[in-house]
Design a protein around this ligand. Structure first.
Ligand code: CDP
Ligand code: MG
Length: 132
């Protein structure tokens, strides 16, 4: 079965939106097969966001992603990688359509509530990274 790595970000925890996000995943019919709350450190974040490590805003990403707990999940289902990206909406909450998670709850492109793997290949890498 296809699977992806989903992670609620610290703003979802602070705003009390973890339950709403999980409900959307379950309503879609996808199965959460593993889940854990974690405090991420700089080392794992630098690996996870390696494609952004040379950007001027990378220190702000680190500050944001270490500001509170995240909830990592393995989510399974048909076409789940692409479907979860659609349900999340694009990075910038102002550009994300209403009805998407970011479109309904985020209004900028950094604090955007949720991470989801962007390909089958990265899904497996990220599941290994966070669940071993
Ligand atoms: O999360 P997504 O795959 O949509 O976007 P990304 O380009 O892989 O960037 C990862 C995360 O870095 C975003 O979700 C934002 O939290 C953050 N980011 C940011 O703060 N400012 C940007 N210009 C781009 C990304
Ligand atoms: Mg990404």
């Amino acid at each position: 079965m296809e699977r992806t790595y989903i992670m609620t970000k610290p703003d979802a925890y602070q705003r009390g939106l973890i339950g709403k996000i999980i409900t959307r995943i379950e309503n879609k019919g996808f199965k959460i097969t593993d889940m854990k709350m974690m405090a991420l450190n700089e080392a794992i974040l630098t690996e996870h966001y390696a494609h952004l490590a040379d950007k001027p805003f990378f220190p702000e990403i680190l500050e944001y992603m270490t500001s509170g707990p995240v909830v990592g999940m393995i989510v399974e289902g048909n076409g789940v990688v692409e479907s979860m990206r659609k349900m999340m909406g694009p990075t910038d909450g102002l550009e994300a359509a209403p009805g998407t998670i970011r479109g309904d709850y985020a209004n900028n492109k950094s604090e955007n509530l949720i991470h989801g793997s962007d390909s089958l290949e990265n899904a497996e890498i990220e599941i290994k990274r966070f669940f071993g």
